[in-house]
Design a protein around this ligand. Structure first.
Ligand code: MG
Length: 384
């Protein structure tokens, strides 16, 4: 029985993880839940799963949850809060595996703490790898702790990498759906609205990541994530636009063989893979290959999607530039959703912020978070 600590349990990856626990009660149980701000959902999850601890975003929300649990007659669940609360969840002695699914750098400290505590991590939070990938992977290597990617592309790469040696890998091919504007002409890009950008053709996701998929910045973050997770150079990672989202990614070996991972477009599969690794439990998440008619692949257009170019440039520089790419994008996407800047204002903002970011390599999580805050201030000042 693997006892899980789920960071970000009320988000979409968190809920999918709990649905896996539901399907495999003989394999998994819940030890800790880090919930954030949604007290109703936190309450429902606590009553259903009876974890040892639950963490909320603030003291006030923790008090609210405690009161509701008491009213229901549940007194044995310990309710904590804040970033210390999240760390308490990720380092809980009773937890055997940590699912890191808090969006943004908010989950960074707790993910790092989990690795230092020797716990295998299923990583759904790509911002962690982008902002602090060097620190996290080094810590994991030193402690021999596996980091199992839940991001569907990296999960696919992880699977394809199991059949060859690291030195035999030539290129990692990350597939991109291309987003809703794959075929839109360049002159329309300035007038793209938040409503249009929030419609993703194949995946249902949160607001920022949906906009990031439309600008291909999300794919750019994944390029950096791949470099860190699999210890390869940016020149060894390529992006291919694959509108069907059926091939989740590919690994090309030096002998010319290219291995692909194909499966249903459902996040529960990468989650199950990460939880069960190195085993493969039988599941109902099947894909009917007989119905497959087309697999299209095309080169991404760097002119229409400048975010992708900016990400490759940041990947080359590493450290502070990767932190700045992620932080500047988050601020710019927020401004776009509030209609303060146009769609192409997103890459323009990121480019300006990157140009004023000095090359640096933060060595601690505290330094990473400080660089992240500085970039956000710089981006906000720029947009004011
Ligand atoms: Mg992805």
């Amino acid at each position: 029985m693997k006892r899980l600590s789920i960071l970000g349990s009320t988000g979409s990856i968190g809920k999918s993880t709990l649905s896996i626990v539901e399907q495999f009660p003989q394999r998994y149980s819940v030890a800790a839940l880090a919930c954030g701000r949604n007290v109703d959902e936190a309450f429902a999850q606590a009553v259903r799963w009876h974890p040892k601890i639950v963490s909320m975003a603030s003291e006030e929300l923790a008090g609210e949850l405690t009161a509701r649990l008491r009213q229901t007659g549940v007194s044995e669940i310990h309710v904590v809060y804040g970033s210390e609360g999240t760390v308490a969840c990720s380092t809980l002695p009773e937890a055997d595996f940590v699912v890191s699914a808090i969006v943004g750098v908010a989950g960074l400290e707790a993910t790092h703490a989990a690795i230092l505590a020797g716990k295998p991590v299923g990583l759904a939070n790509k911002e962690c790898m982008v902002a602090a990938g060097e620190i996290l992977t080094q810590a994991a290597r030193r402690r021999n702790v596996p980091i199992l990617p839940i991001d569907s592309e990296h999960n696919a790469v992880h699977q394809c990498m199991r059949v060859g040696a690291h030195s035999e890998v030539k290129t990692i091919w990350l597939t991109a759906s291309g987003g809703p504007f794959r075929q839109a002409p360049l002159e329309q890009f300035e007038s793209i609205t938040p409503e249009q950008a929030l419609k993703h053709p194949t995946w249902v996701m949160g607001r920022r990541i949906t906009v990031d998929s439309a600008t291909l910045l999300n794919k750019g973050l994944e390029v950096i994530e791949a470099c860190r997770l699999f210890d390869v150079q940016p020149s060894q990672v390529r992006v291919t636009v694959h509108p069907q989202s059926t091939v989740h990614s590919l690994v090309e070996y030096v002998d010319g063989s290219i291995l692909a991972q194909i499966s249903v477009t459902d996040m529960r599969l990468p989650i199950l893979y990460a939880l069960a690794y190195p085993e493969r439990p039988a599941s109902s998440l099947t894909f009917d290959l007989a119905t497959l008619r087309h697999l299209d692949f095309e080169e991404p257009d760097f002119a229409r999607f400048p975010c992708l170019r900016l990400a490759f440039e940041a990947a080359e520089k590493g450290g502070a530039h990767c932190i700045a790419l992620n932080a500047a994008d988050e601020v710019a996407v927020e401004a776009f959703l509030e209609r303060r800047i146009p769609f192409m204002g997103i890459p323009r903002t990121i480019e300006k912020v990157l140009a004023s970011t000095p090359e640096a390599h933060p060595a601690t999580i505290a330094e990473v978070l400080a660089a992240d805050r500085e970039t956000r201030q710089m981006a906000r000042a720029l947009l004011a």
